[in-house]
Design a protein around this ligand. Structure first.
Ligand SMILES: NC(=O)c1ccc[n+]([C@@H]2O[C@H](COP(=O)([O-])OP(=O)(O)OC[C@H]3O[C@@H](n4cnc5c(N)ncnc54)[C@H](O)[C@@H]3O)[C@@H](O)[C@H]2O)c1
Length: 378
């Protein structure tokens, strides 16, 4: 038997002039479609379908055009309780910054099951002093908050009033390890803030600032979240300029015992800007100045907590030097307001967040003696 693979290349092809195609009938496809629709009352079914759909969307209307966070990948409803967010900004954002889901037609109605009540926000270090107050405000605004904390200086007690709230989650996690979460915003606060704590394990402090920030920026990049870094006035080091403007580059000792914190935060700022410039991550940088208020760690060695602790124990207050050196102190709720405005605003920063008014240490000592609890009251 011969092979079944037969070469036919040499066979003659029909010559082109022997081929005579059928003449194309004009309107053939249109008339065929009309006939198809009219056959078996198909057109009637189409009209009935349209009528049912119209009825459903009239009887169960979805919300009117939803607000879309400028940086959110999802359509998001901002509750009425939001007080600090200017209406013009909301309108501007809702028309100008629509991304991802629902971006094609901003006024289109979203299916009922997909409606979301607020933003999904991660707060690293959310069980700490500043973080826990920020969490309170975000939850009150109607957002879903995930706190990521290793409880080095923070405590569960600071956030336990949210336990049982479906909008609240607490994850024991060290930011030095990577983490994947689906969120719209990341407030990155995780880092011991007082000298007593950050000098306790300086290598860990710098790892938290560098590797931790890298991990959170990586997360922001992956999920398209906006990222806010809580940096510090310590990036100015031993400043030669008073007051320090954001444009001042500082005077920092790279090899001192505080460098793990100062240089760590400076590197965190560098990483933040490089992720912004290189990977297009939306970032914000806050440089926080001295802050006080409830849930401060009473033994953290900072001047307000030192004075208050000594006053409550009825011990003499320790004032260094002549006590005429000045510092500024902001109340924690003002800081939280500033952080949230920065996150929602248009500007990257860095922004100094603090109280422009300065007090001498003697003035602070006096307040601490007479009203120690006022400094820690809500
Ligand atoms: N409080 C201030 O006056 C002040 C001033 C300047 C900057 N800041 C910055 O603000 C942020 C919050 O400060 P705070 O005063 O609330 O400090 P804090 O110590 O009360 O809070 C820090 C939180 O981060 C957590 N944390 C630390 N390392 C972590 C890690 N590796 N992984 C996960 N969680 C970790 C701690 O457990 C704690 O809950 C810090 O980044 C700090 O540098 C604060």
């Amino acid at each position: 038997m011969g092979s079944e693979l037969i070469y036919r290349g040499s066979e003659t092809q029909p010559s082109s002039d022997s081929y005579s195609p059928k003449p194309v009938k004009p309107w053939a496809s249109v008339t065929r479609t009309i006939h198809y629709l009219l056959r078996e009352q198909r057109l009637l079914f189409v009209f009935v379908g349209i009528a049912i759909a119209t009825l459903i969307f009239t009887v169960f209307p979805t919300s009117s055009a939803p607000y879309v966070a400028p940086h959110s990948r999802f359509t998001t409803l901002i509750p009425d309780s939001i007080t600090y967010f200017p209406i013009e900004t909301q309108q501007k954002f809702s028309s100008a910054h629509r991304l991802g889901f629902g971006s094609a037609n901003p006024t289109s109605k979203i299916p009922l099951g997909l409606k979301r009540k607020g933003l999904r926000i991660v707060v690293t270090g959310g069980a700490g002093f500043v973080g826990s107050h920020l969490v309170d405000r975000l939850i009150a605004r109607g957002d879903s908050v995930i706190v990521v904390d290793n409880f080095f200086t923070g405590t569960k007690q600071n956030v336990m009033h949210h336990f049982g709230n479906p909008n609240f989650e607490l994850i024991r996690h060290d930011v030095v390890e990577p983490l994947l979460l689906e969120v719209d915003q990341i407030y990155h606060l995780a880092c011991p803030a007082s000298p007593v704590h950050y000098k306790f394990n300086p290598v860990k402090t710098i790892k938290t600032n560098v590797v931790g920030t890298l991990n959170m920026l990586g997360l922001a990049k992956r999920v398209g979240a906006r990222f806010l870094l809580t940096s510090t006035s310590e990036v100015y080091g031993d400043p030669l300029q008073h007051p320090q403007k954001e444009t001042y580059w500082g005077n920092v000792n790279p090899i001192g015992v505080r460098s793990c914190y100062d240089e760590g935060k400076r590197t965190a700022e560098t990483l933040t800007m490089d992720y912004h410039r290189g990977a297009g991550v939306e970032v914000r940088i806050a440089r926080i100045f001295n802050t006080y208020g409830p849930r401060m760690c009473i033994d953290d060695g900072r001047v307000v907590s030192n004075f208050v602790a000594q006053a409550l124990r009825k011990e003499p207050l320790t004032v260094y030097g002549d006590g005429k050196q000045t510092r500024s102190f902001q109340y924690v709720s003002d800081l939280v307001e500033g952080l949230m405005r920065l996150m929602e605003g248009e500007h990257i920063g860095p922004f100094n967040l603090g109280n422009p008014g300065e007090f001498t240490m003697l003035e602070l000592a006096e307040v601490s003696i007479y009203y120690p609890l006022i400094l820690l009251m809500n």
